[in-house]
Design a protein around this ligand. Sequence first.
Ligand code: HEC
Ligand code: HEC
Length: 154
Amino acid sequence: MKRLVLAVMAVGMLVAGAVQSAEELHNPGGIGGVESLRGASELEATRAADAMKRFPRDQGTIDSDYVYQPPLVPHTIRNYEVSLNANKCLACHSWKNANEMGATKISVTHYQTREGQVLSDVSPRRYFCLQCHVPQADAKPLVENEFQRVDALR
Ligand code: HEC
Ligand code: HEC
């Protein structure tokens, strides 16, 4: 009986091993063949960084395409730190500094919590500016896009 159990276990381990190596053959980088619009990169490989985007100067702000769109950033943001310790954006855009810096004030929505309570300082959910505002770049769309600007903004 004991022998039979051992034999069954041995066969089981062999089969499991074969299945595993077949999987490795099939899925070499461990990404299961998944590819994003930016291409595939295997888990253990470091992909070369994309070329830096160009942020043309003096291009003006590109108009919004829909109501309540976070406006695009019309200037470079190179080396602007936004972290636990510092928020460079607020050095120009906070209500305190905007006038002096000649920058647009962040709107009152940036002071509201998600329950609608208005705080005396920027709401944590609006602290990481680049979550919503991206710099304007001359970048090709990744996929074909037929989005039309809403009538009210045409
Ligand atoms: C040195 C000051 C300064 C800093 C720092 C700065 N900005 Fe600006 N920003 C401006 C000025 C001035 C404008 C007005 C347009 C212009 O002249 O480029 C502006 C315009 C904008 C606009 C467009 C506003 C509108 O009404 O269309 C956005 C969005 C913006 N900035 C976001 C940011 C974000 C996000 C950061 C941080 C990553 C940042 N800015 C850092 C000065 C600054
Ligand atoms: C969760 C998304 C979100 C985050 C985070 C966010 N914003 Fe905005 N922002 C918006 C939207 C949406 C608008 C346009 C509607 C409005 O004013 O709320 C806007 C508007 C603005 C405007 C134009 C205001 C005006 O009166 O025209 C400026 C400037 C701006 N944001 C700067 C910032 C800065 C600086 C930060 C970081 C401290 C920031 N935003 C964080 C979504 C965001």
